[in-house]
Structure formats: structure tokens, C-alpha cells
Design a protein around this ligand. Structure first.
Ligand code: DX5
Ligand code: ZN
Length: 220
């Protein structure tokens, strides 16, 4: 099992102070920074793009985990690589030629992951899993922070955990949506390694206490 990594999601941060909020997550003990990129088409919300990621990369040493919720991820891959993205996930539902997209992400020097909406069967990923560094299992419908965790997606986590053990794979499993100190333990026991948490970190007054509460919940 991989160690627990906590990835605060900037979506719940103060957008007028993004650099400081990013660095505050590092100081609070986070392991990576989750950056939600939304285009207003794939999801009904708009956030930010490569120029802001570039500035975030300068503002903090936390590695950047960019989650592309966009209709045409291929058009943006180079810009995200140049902006300093470490991990990049694209949605299965947005990619017609997923194998090509994943290969391109790696060619550009980033670590590729694929995100799955709650309704999407994980078995669709089976042929491409050997090419991935991680799978991002969405535990809410993407678009907004602060939604309720959907426990049924943990069956997909268990399937992935079983798959990687059977294949001796180092694949990491990330979960995103509704992760709190209460829900994180169940997700960890199902096999999750990386935990995105927006409102459970940036929605709290004390980020350090919030990250510690998540780690404690994951250890239960
Ligand atoms: C939702 C985003 C999430 C979001 C999670 O579309 O992908 O990363 O910020 O927010 P919480 O942790 O509040 O559910
Ligand atoms: Zn996300």
C-alpha cells in the first residue's frame, strides 16, 4: 500500500489570494496541491487555466496535481506541462483516444492519471491501466466543492486495489469529492492512497488542524 497523501483542493480556497493559499497548504502539512480546471462545458463551472498554474508553481514548492474537467484536454496538455504540472488527470468521459492522450502526457514529462465520473465503470480502464500512474475516482459529480460523498464508488477502489495487487503494479488510487475526517477512513480501507479535500481543508479556520484530522481519520 502507498502512504497516505493529502491533496487540498484549491477550489475551496480564497481565489483572490491563491498563491498564499497554496503555500498555506504546504505549511499545514499537505503533500500535494489539487488544482481543479473547469471549462464551463464538461462541468457547469469555470475556474482557471495554465497561466494561473504557472503562478502557483512559482508560489509554492508543493507538487501540482491538475485535474482537467474540460471537453478538449488534448489542446491543453503542452501548456499544463510548461506551467509546471507534476500529475495530470484527464476524464475518461472526455477522451476519444485516451491511449494517445495518456502517452502524450507522459511524453511531456508529467505523470498521467485518468479520472472517472461516479457513473463510469472502472473496467473500461482495464486495457490502459498499465500505462497510468494513477486513477482518480470521483466520489461526487464533478463541478463543485462541498458535495456529499458517494460511498458506492468505493467498489471501484476495491476493484483497482485488487487489480494492482494481482499485477504487481505501483498504480496509485486517488479519490476526490466529499472527503472529510469522517469519510476518509472508509476510503483508505478500500485502498485509496491520495485524498483530495477541498472544503475539509480550505473551509476550515485552521488548515494545520484540518490536515491532521484527515490523517488521523485515514489511520482509523
Ligand atoms: C469537484 C472537484 C473537487 C472539489 C472537491 O469537481 O474535482 O476537487 O474541490 O471538493 P470537496 O472536497 O469539498 O468535496
Ligand atoms: Zn478535483
Amino acid at each position: 500500500m502507498h502512504p497516505v497523501l493529502i491533496a487540498p483542493s484549491l477550489l475551496s480556497a480564497n481565489f483572490a489570494r491563491l498563491g498564499e493559499e497554496a503555500e498555506a497548504a504546504r505549511v499545514a502539512g499537505a503533500d500535494m496541491l489539487h488544482v481543479d480546471v473547469m471549462d464551463g462545458h464538461f462541468v457547469p463551472n469555470l475556474t482557471l487555466g495554465p497561466p494561473i498554474v504557472r503562478s502557483l508553481h512559482k508560489a509554492t514548492s508543493l507538487p501540482l496535481d491538475c485535474h482537467l474537467m474540460v471537453e478538449d484536454p488534448d489542446a491543453l496538455l503542452e501548456d499544463f506541462a510548461a506551467a509546471g504540472t507534476r500529475w495530470l488527470s484527464v476524464h475518461l468521459e472526455a477522451c476519444r483516444h485516451l491511449h494517445r492522450t495518456v502517452a502524450r502526457i507522459r511524453e511531456l514529462g508529467m505523470s498521467p492519471g485518468v479520472a472517472l465520473n461516479p457513473h463510469t465503470a472502472v473496467s473500461l480502464l482495464e486495457p490502459i491501466l498499465p500505462e497510468l500512474d494513477f486513477v482518480l475516482v470521483m466520489s461526487v459529480n464533478p463541478g463543485f466543492g462541498g458535495q456529499r460523498f458517494i460511498p458506492a464508488v468505493l467498489d471501484k477502489v476495491r476493484w483497482l486495489d485488487h487489480w494492482r495487487k494481482a499485477h504487481g503494479s505501483a498504480l496509485a488510487i486517488e479519490i476526490d469529492g466529499g472527503i472529510t475526517a469522517e469519510t476518509i477512513g472508509e476510503a483508505r480501507r478500500a485502498g485509496v492512497d491520495w485524498f483530495v479535500a477541498g472544503s475539509a481543508v480550505y473551509g476550515k479556520a485552521d488548515y494545520t488542524a484540518a490536515v491532521a484530522a484527515l490523517r488521523a481519520g485515514a489511520a482509523e
